[in-house]
Design a protein around this ligand. Structure first.
Ligand code: ADP
Length: 261
């Protein structure tokens, strides 16, 4: 079912013909629905920790008043819940900032090898915490692309953080920078882990906002469900693509392909 609305009726040019201009209403409706789904999801995600904090405040004022041990325990939970709200708000702000930016071609000259090296260094601490070794493979020399530096850092931090968090049982994450052949294939970066992987039906939906394979695991890993949506957004601005491959129990690999220059 498609709905059209007349949005303009240009004056005739004397030819006796008049032209109607139609706009596809089903597309307008789809975008409206997506927007309200997004607001409903975001509100729900913020409401949940808020409700838990409110509940603990009530308990601390009433039944748990004077119980030092219970107080410590509840304060710890409240602290975690405020952290969760803060992460969510940061991610929501990132997304809305990306959407509001008027489009300008990202134009910093970036060396991917160097940028990826920096991201790995920044995440070494987290990797050690979860018992993962990050290995860098592929190009050693410079691999130039045009991009927006902070945004690309955010992309690779997200992918690498996910690989460490969700693939930690694999013990190893391999990051490969490939210069491409410069003709058909542009440069690419692959982040591969050896964890539980992702079953096929989830793969096409991973970059949707708030889509998580397992909400409990994601929460335990301090996830917001917005990371890959942000990644996709940034890559679109860069005219780059994300491909995701995975085999259950063999791990997952996320590749960012840049267009050849
Ligand atoms: P989150 O904030 O929940 O990590 P993301 O958008 O970054 O959100 O990822 C969406 C979901 O994709 C995650 O909740 C997780 O279920 C799944 N996922 C992402 N990366 C991996 C990976 N390397 N291995 C397995 N599952 C993954």
């Amino acid at each position: 079912e498609r709905w059209y609305r007349v949005v303009g009726r240009p004056a005739g040019d004397g030819s006796g013909l008049s032209v109607l201009v139609f706009k596809d209403q089903s597309e307008v409706r789809r975008i409206d629905r997506m927007r309200s789904d997004f607001i409903a999801n975001a509100s729900h995600e913020l409401r949940t920790p808020l409700a838990s904090i409110a509940g603990f405040i009530e308990t601390l004022r009433g039944p748990a008043r004077g119980d030092a041990k219970a107080r410590e325990h509840f304060l710890q939970i409240m602290h975690e819940q405020t952290g969760r709200m803060a992460r969510l708000i940061d991610d929501l702000l990132s997304l809305s900032r990306l959407e509001m930016k008027t489009y300008a071609n990202p134009s910093d000259s970036i060396d991917l090898t160097n940028l990826v090296r920096g991201v790995i260094d920044a995440l070494r601490h987290l990797a050690e915490e979860v018992g993962v070794e990050i290995v860098r493979e592929g190009a050693d020399g410079p691999v130039p692309v045009l991009g927006q530096r902070d945004e690309l850092i955010q992309v690779f931090e997200n992918l690498l953080e996910n690989a460490c968090k969700y693939g930690q049982t694999g013990g190893r994450v391999v990051v490969t920078v490939d210069a491409g052949d410069g003709v058909a294939d542009g440069p690419s970066v692959t982040v591969r882990d050896f964890g539980p992987g992702i079953s096929e039906e989830h793969i096409p939906r991973l970059t949707e906002r708030f889509y998580r394979v397992d909400v409990e695991t994601s929460r335990a890993q301090k996830g917001t469900g917005l990371g890959l949506a942000i990644v996709k957004h940034i890559l679109t601005r860069h005219n780059a693509r994300l491909t995701i491959r995975s085999e259950l129990n063999e791990g997952a690999s996320f590749t960012v392909h840049f267009a050849p220059r």
